[in-house]
Design a protein around this ligand. Sequence first.
Ligand code: DUC
Ligand code: ZN
Ligand code: ZN
Length: 450
Amino acid sequence: MDLIIKNGLLVTPSETYKADIAVSDGKIVDIGYDLGTDASEVVDADSKYVLPGAIDAHTHLAMPFGGTISSDDYFAGTRAAACGGTTTVFDFALQDFDEPMLDVIKRRDAIAAPQAAVDYAFHIGVKDIHGELLDSMKDAVDYGVPSFKVFMVYDFGVSDGVFYQVLQKSKEIGAMISVHAENNEMVNYNVKKFLSEGKTSPWYHYLSRPEFVEAEADMRAIQWAKATGAKLYIVHLANKEGVAAVTKAKEEGYPIYAETCPQYLNFTSDVYKREDGRNFVCSPPIKGQESQDALWASLKRGDIDVVATDHCPFMQSEKDWGIDDFSKIPNGCAGVENMYPYMLAKANKGEITFNKAVEVCSANPAKIFGCGQKGSLAVGKDADIVIYDPVKDFTVTCDAMHSNYDQTIWEGTEFHGYPEMTFSRGNLVYKDGKFLGKAGNGKFVKRKLD
Ligand code: DUC
Ligand code: ZN
Ligand code: ZN
């Protein structure tokens, strides 16, 4: 045996129980009471929780965006992931115009494969479906990438007609469509108007994309998914009316899924009034208290399926481009190292259960995105395992994080309880604040939807 983790409290979405876990060749091979100590490595997890590694279903590593490139490359991003208990990241591979879908995957994998320190998968960000490109979605599905994202905003966002065709195609080929839902016309109108009135602070980033700008787009996207019968996953849901629309669609029996992110659960739009408000600029923007309350209620009810990060960090000097003009701030915040500690600290405080944290951060993304070998502690699954110390106190500082950035919205956040060790397919990649993994050890995860 390669590894036995003894005496820990194992957490699944439905159970918490004391047991040992045995690992061989990167897989969980046994779970039971007193599995002995006959292994190359034995870890005593008495008084600790033993959890499946988190799956961050939404990252933007080394992504050209906002006039620059997000500051975490595949090594830094996956190193940070490992140190926050995340053992798989799903990164967005953005299609170039005229590029067949399989080429998108291969182009990005050539960059990711030598760098990744934990396992990774891709969603394809679709920009262009002209000619045979729409049909090339099937090649991506056959290759193990059955999920695509469309943006309703940004200069590379798609038209309603393209979105509709992508939904239709996904139904035909068994794929999942994610959407960044905001109303582009309204955003552009508001931005122009505020700037012409000299309203340039980050607060106007929020006011140019308020609650209804996102809600309206959520509702349209849901309407089209219903009409086509496609599976739809709304990324970074942040507003209360969108939450209500998701709940209704689920009640009606449609395969509509929703994700939110820690920044929407933890902060409100008041951050845009802060002196460092530009560091919180992401899209959709962080919303008001009522929306935050709706997100938590929906997560507890089970209508929000997944918590993921939208991890897209930028350097302070880049965020500063927007000191006199909010529209010049590159959109995005860090989160990949903070998501699991944040959700687990909520569990540790009793605000949610550990089972719920495991469900939304690991089991559900694995299930929804067809990642059968991950997302749970069970015999035969990949040994992606986190040992969590519920009494360790930790304060986030840039210096203690493992990304390539010099500012984070999580600076100063205090957690009671923190991951102590992370194993990626049985290999120790993090222990007590130190990254122990290696670039290139992360593997591309091929997926197939149910
Ligand atoms: N929103 C962000 O804030 N950053 C990356 C992409 C996105 O949609
Ligand atoms: Zn987005
Ligand atoms: Zn995103």
